[in-house]
Write a protein that binds this ligand. Structure first.
Ligand code: PEP
Length: 255
């Protein structure tokens, strides 16, 4: 039985006061959630500490949106895994499509970050997903498979079990176009098959695969009730405490 995991990616939004206000409101809304659903929020790096001071000891875990794989040194503007841990992070999102498309991240660079995140003890949320063009050319399965194989290259079984995967079709991120439950389920099932081949079925059955791409309170329950959909990585709707709490509630009632 995989515990549903709902994580919010705030991207480059909000300011300090509104970040704190959002998480205070969210903490109140989920106070009764009794641990059935794992909950994470990933604010901008500059607000990790402020948000972390609110969520400490609560149901909500803190996550970062990115990191660099080196431990320290002359890497202007970057943050290491140890620095994120120091700020109270439990999770780190790796390989989000915006990082792949706008900042040149590749499966190889994501793999380096993944190894550093695991070595430091962070829980990585590794994103994979196809563009609209790739979907229209019938390449969805091969694209996510290639991304999985490259990003997870050299990851031992024991470390694989610490990872979360987010299937995020690029055409559905921030567009309001959500994958149908059948489309999401088909890709999640395929990823589980890929993990079975790379590792084994016991491992594949334990890894959580979140869906991401225009998840809202109105579509969450149908998506989350799919057999292989184990949670959601939520962008826009995680910026409203009521909407994010409604998605968490949908995760609870759909399993
Ligand atoms: C995301 O950024 O990971 C995401 C899924 O965004 P949205 O929910 O806004 O589509």
């Amino acid at each position: 039985m995989r515990q549903p995991f709902i994580a919010g990616n705030w991207k480059m939004n909000l300011d300090r006061a509104s970040s704190v206000a959002l998480v205070v409101q969210l903490a109140e809304l989920v106070a009764e959630s009794s641990g059935e659903v794992e909950i994470g929020v990933c604010p901008p790096a500059c607000y990790l500490e402020a948000v972390g001071s609110v969520v400490i000891g609560s149901e909500i875990g803190l996550g970062a949106q990115n990191m660099y794989h080196e431990e320290s040194g002359a890497f202007t503007g970057e943050l290491s895994a140890a620095m994120l841990l120091d700020l109270g992070c439990k999770y780190v999102i790796l390989g989000h499509s915006e990082r792949r498309q706008l900042f040149g991240e590749t499966d190889a660079s994501i793999n380096e970050k993944l190894k550093a995140a695991l070595a430091a003890g962070l829980t990585p949320i590794v994103c994979v997903g196809e563009t609209l063009e790739e979907r229209e050319f019938g390449q969805t399965e091969s694209i996510v498979e290639t991304q999985f194989e490259g990003s997870f290259s050299g990851i031992e079984e024991v470390d694989m079990l610490k990872c979360v995967i987010a299937y995020e079709p690029v055409w559905a991120i921030g567009t309001g176009k959500v994958a149908t439950p059948d489309q999401a389920e088909a890709v999640h099932a395929h990823l589980r098959k890929v993990m079975t081949n790379q590792y084994n079925s016991e491992i594949a059955e334990q890894i959580r695969i979140q869906y991401g791409g225009s998840v809202k309170p109105g579509n969450a329950e149908e998506l989350l009730s799919q057999k292989n959909v184990d949670g959601a990585l939520v962008g826009g709707a995680s910026l409203k405490a009521d909407d994010f709490a409604a998605i968490i509630a949908a995760a609870k009632s759909s399993k």
